[in-house]
Design a protein around this ligand. Structure first.
Ligand code: HEM
Length: 208
């Protein structure tokens, strides 16, 4: 085994801050939705709005980081070994088979992760953020104190935003489960905390 630096400092900061903000947004959002009452509607609404601006700020920095470092290439979808990867998660890993895709510093996502994370970044997050912004600015007051109400019905905005929120929660549960399917149950989580992961020597040298 060889110790490899897989996740850079910003990447780990971005990952855990995004996770914290999303969980907090889900908590406050579902309180706004009326699912439970802990903070009270007023506080939940205010905290939800503050956290949503923090998430937008973080997303802007993350987009910039991915473009500047070229790390966006990690998410280019591929069908190479995709079927093997699905087979591995469905049966292979329960029989102790080896991971079909080799993880390296330059190729850290397997083909299924590439597809799922790309969907998360290009569909789920934009759906939730854009519907959230439309929700926020649905009713605005212009400079002449005239209240402008958007043409889009608030019900449909709330529907798409809640749908995005539910799908993000589904993603989160599956994602946390999948993190335990690495070389050891905690190796992936430890890598996202320390940046380092023990990879098999042959895994590390084999490039895509
Ligand atoms: C930048 C991102 C987001 C923005 C701008 C945003 C904005 C909003 C706004 C404006 C509301 C209506 C309450 C209010 O007036 O404050 C709302 C409600 C809600 N948000 Fe978000 N939000 C964002 C992200 C999220 C995330 C990540 C989740 C969960 C994973 C979430 C879950 C919810 C839920 C469940 C509601 C209640 C919907 C309803 O029943 O009407 N939001 N959000």
């Amino acid at each position: 085994m060889k110790r490899v630096y897989v996740y850079k400092g910003f990447e780990r900061f971005w990952h855990w801050t995004q996770a914290t903000l999303i969980i907090f947004l889900a908590f406050t959002g579902f309180e706004v939705h009326g699912s439970f009452s802990v903070l009270g509607f007023e506080h939940a609404t205010r905290f939800h709005r503050v956290a949503s601006w923090m998430l937008i700020g973080l997303i802007i920095f993350a987009i910039f980081w991915h473009l500047v470092t070229g790390e966006w290439r990690q998410y280019i979808p591929t069908t190479k070994k995709l079927a093997e990867q699905i087979r591995f998660y469905s049966f292979g890993m329960f029989k102790g088979e080896k991971h079909p895709a080799k993880k390296t510093e330059l190729n850290k996502l397997n083909p299924l992760q590439r597809l799922v994370y790309l969907g998360f970044k290009l569909v789920l997050i934009p759906l939730t953020v854009i519907s959230g912004l439309v929700y926020m600015f649905h009713k605005t007051i212009d400079r002449n104190d005239i209240v402008l109400i958007s043409e889009i019905s608030l019900d449909s905005v709330a529907f798409w935003h809640t749908l995005g929120a539910i799908l993000i929660m589904v993603f989160l549960v599956i994602h946390v489960y999948m993190t335990t399917t690495g070389h050891t149950p905690t190796s992936n989580i430890r890598a996202m905390i320390t940046g380092y992961e023990d990879l098999e020597e042959e895994d590390e040298v084999e490039k895509e």
